[in-house]
Design a protein around this ligand. Sequence first.
Ligand code: GDG
Length: 491
Amino acid sequence: QRLVRRELAEYRLIVVSNRQPYAFRIENGQLVGEMPPGGLTAAIDPLMRACGGTWIAQSGGEADLTAMDADGRVAVPLGSPAYNLRLLNLTEAENNGYYYGFSNEGLWPLCHIAYTEPVFDAQNYETYKAVNRKFANLVVDEIGDQPAIVLVQDYHLALLPRYIRQVCEDVIIGQFWHIPWPNPDILRICPWQEEILDGMLGNDLLGFHLAGDCHNFLDCVQRNLDAQVEPQFGLVDYQNDMTLVRPFPISIDFDGLDAEARSPEVESEMARLTQEFGLDHGRILGLGIDRQDYTKGIPHRLRAVERFLEKWPEYQGRLVFLQAGATSRTNIDSYMQLTIDIESTVNRINERFGDGNWQPIAYWPTSFPSATFSALRRLASFCAESSLHDGMNLVAKEYVASRVDEDGVLILSAFAGASQELSSSIIINPYATEQFADAIHQALTMSDEERRLRMRHMRSIVQENNIYNWAGRIMMNLMQASTPDHARLPT
Ligand code: GDG
């Protein structure tokens, strides 16, 4: 690791993501910039602070315009700058075509098996290409003539590695893809599959969450491009360039979340919420937290709670299931429809079982301070994450990290990447309502000892493979991938 750090110091570090890590606002006429909580920023910001360099991203709110200079640069953290943000202003039309259109109506459903049809609109794809080019121009400008490492985040920027490589042959480029990768039969639905694959093979290192995603990607390359693929090494040789394809299961800041869960602020939130839910009067809390997305299986989860109450009526009047988390991508039809489905399911279940004193489902479709989420995780007897398909699912890992009392049961979909590490959860198939309802019953009747054993096991796994470990492994593999004979180096 020391060697990697020393080698890193010789390079200019450039991170590129769609969203920028800081939220700026004007308070009493003063510019304030805070980092909203989030694992990715928590991992990459310390790296940037240590190495310096530039983080390139789309500009967000109004205050970004005040913060940045004519070139879009802001030195952060404000007051004691360690690196630069370089923000790209996109028009509404650009954002609609690139972000909502091709990224989230096309690639997102293509990569997730959730039976939502991808929309591949040629105009949106043109805009996606144009915006990826704009990002590439900023990256190339930042590189100048120095040796550089570029770390690209996610599916919004699939073409960026190739666009950079066309100008800067020697730069080291790595990309982490935060969502699953489909098999070749599904990828065929995308009319521009070869271009997307070609774009991603501009990388020296390409990371996915799971080995299965890597295999799918290699199969797609083999099927579509004139490339030599060596699956046993995770290597692609294409147009005289090598790309190393590796799994890096993402994680969370375990120690940070553990410490927060023990804080006085969270303790007082717990006291407030205990009263609010009547947990001091024998009520039991079940919890689901999600950015509202059709891949998360929220209606499936609610139907399982309904079946549970039907099967074990003694829990009527006692169990409250809270579904929390803000709506997202709300101007896309499938997301609007999801919100309507969730609301009508919540209302139907509450009308069916609820009375003046008790409603089985609490529905909080907004964001909350992290102390509130942490307190909810500590209080919930079980947390149910029922994704129809999910690259990883950080909520599952956050629940585990918050359970400093080693109590609580995690019910987790087999189709979430996290289920591969968190094998001591109760693994469910979200489509199998009966089995899911039984899992809720199992969670609520499990012995103290079994709960503790399972939770202790999951905590040790997440503590070990934390977000810093994830970022470190990516950087080490990136240095390895950039050496000419990387195929023969041990990992
Ligand atoms: C993508 C992949 C992969 C949720 N609602 C609110 C809120 N959250 C927080 C959670 C968690 C994060 O957002 C969501 O992370 P997930 O991993 O669960 O899901 P995606 O957003 O779909 O993330 C996923 C991830 O990238 C990382 O690679 O694991 O598979 O789909 O931290 O706690 N936070 C706030 N308000 C909310 O309403 N503040």
